[in-house]
Ligand binder design. Structure first.
Ligand SMILES: [Fe+2]
Length: 454
């Protein structure tokens, strides 16, 4: 990356002073608060929307509100994002240089061109190291395209911003997560602990630690960490808190203690409102699915009441799956709930996304593997193990590119594992387990479960 521009770089601010200077004085604190909440996944991001509504012609606030709306992953939130970005476009001459680079990034993201948006983020980062929020946006774009295969790009960006903001607790937490995605587990742990030292309330650094410890198979250490750090998650944004509890429940599953995983997860859900965002919904579906996949008994019959409630919560999100992995989650849930209508709508949308000749992004994963992943997940959810194996096995090279973190994308490997076990494909099972446990000095109880009874 090009040489640093020290002007405007501050230690823990997340937006450039030039971006804020264009705002009325009373709105500057609000905009910076939104950005800082986003950087740390702390409460307050949602304030971007009323702030933009209060000043409807202010392009900087409209741009921030558009970006926050893009996280919603529903048709309504995409429409809201489009409205905010239109305002920002109309008054773009009043944005500073960073804002003028950020606007096309947001427009690419809205159009579903995530790869191009990520490239725009990288260019913007090089030109504007004074704006760490760009790093957080890039991290999300990497999430939607599969964070495991974008670890090196995210690490490159995190190191760049870390160079300019060595004491920024959120930059350091992102660097820790990027190290984990790259498989540099000691560096991930070291960085996460430094981030926590910089600011004790740091749920994203805790998250990186949970990832790293589970990946390394240090299940007991990770469980102790979750126990110790979880009280602070009450002060995190609700989706962040739930996601860390999700990791905690996964650790119990890794220890092959499904009742403990369920107990811990249900306790976490008590504090969550019924009205839930897309991230929480995906975590709920994923945890239930993983409990079913790891169960020693055959899958439970469909029409479980909990699956029906989750299927209802998905609603028109079937028209807005932002990544193939997310579509597979929705597909599993809808199939388990026996909701054939929404399932057909989801399948129709995935077909559209896979065959969109004017767009660049479909070639990334939708076109070669999106439908196979969805149909494979549905087949397995319906107990058609042979069909699931036939669909998922040829697509498995795309699993890390389907979206989500390395830990989230493992659900696809686990689906293939279950199908392979049911079909007696022992060599494939051993190969898959070998890949999943690659960073572990010894098998976890869940690894041993996957290798058993095949
Ligand atoms: Fe995670």
């Amino acid at each position: 990356m090009k040489a640093p521009s020290p002007q405007g770089v501050t230690r823990s601010a997340s937006l450039p002073g030039t971006f804020l200077d264009a705002l009325p004085a009373e709105q500057r604190g609000e905009a910076e608060a939104v950005a800082q909440a986003w950087m740390g996944f702390l409460p307050g991001m949602e304030r971007a929307i009323p702030a933009a509504q209060a000043c409807p012609e202010e392009p900087a606030l409209a741009l921030l509100a558009g970006l926050v709306a893009l996280l919603g992953q529903t048709p309504a939130s995409a429409a809201a994002a489009a409205r905010h970005l239109q305002v920002a476009r109309r008054r773009a001459d009043r944005l500073d240089g960073w804002g003028q680079g950020l606007l096309p990034l947001a427009e690419l993201w809205l159009a579903g061109e995530l790869g191009l948006a990520l490239r725009a983020a990288e260019q913007l980062a090089a030109a504007h190291p004074e704006a760490p929020l760009t790093l957080k946006l890039a991290e999300w774009l990497c999430y939607l395209r599969g964070q495991a295969v974008h670890g090196a790009r995210l690490l490159d960006l995190a190191l760049w911003f870390g160079h300019h903001h060595p004491h920024h607790p959120d930059v350091r937490a992102i660097e820790a997560f990027a190290h984990e995605l790259c498989g540099s587990l000691p560096a991930a742990e070291r960085c996460a602990l430094q981030a926590i030292e910089l600011r004790s309330l740091n749920p994203w650094a805790d998250h990186a630690l949970l990832h790293a410890l589970q990946r390394g198979g240090a299940v007991e250490k990770a469980l102790a960490l979750a126990e110790q750090r979880s009280p602070s998650w009450e002060q995190a944004a609700a989706p962040m808190a739930l996601h860390n509890h999700w990791h905690w429940a996964l650790l119990w599953l890794e220890a092959a203690d499904a009742p403990a995983a369920l107990r811990q997860w249900q306790q976490a859900l008590v504090a969550q409102p019924v009205e839930q965002g897309t991230g929480e919904l995906i975590d709920r579906i994923a945890l239930n699915c993983r409990l079913e996949l790891a169960a020693a008994e055959p899958l439970l019959p469909p029409f479980d009441p909990e699956w029906s409630a989750l299927a209802e919560a998905i609603g028109d999100r079937v028209l807005q799956p932002e990544a193939p992995l997310i579509a597979a989650h929705y597909g599993w849930c809808l199939a388990r709930a026996g909701c054939s209508g929404p399932l057909a709508a989801l399948r129709g949308r995935v077909k559209q996304l896979a065959h969109h000749p004017e767009a660049v992004e479909p070639a990334w994963c939708w076109q070669p593997a999106g439908l196979a992943m969805l149909d494979g997940a549905v087949a397995l959810a319906q107990g058609r193990h042979g069909d699931a194996l036939a669909l998922l096995e040829p697509a498995r090279g795309w699993f890390p590119m389907a979206g989500g973190s390395d830990a989230q994308a493992q659900i696809l490997d686990q689906m293939l594992l279950v199908a392979a076990r049911a079909c007696g494909r022992r060599p494939l099972v051993e190969q898959l387990v070998g890949r999943l446990r690659a960073d572990r000095p010894q098998l976890t109880p869940l690894d041993r479960h996957w290798l058993s009874c095949c």
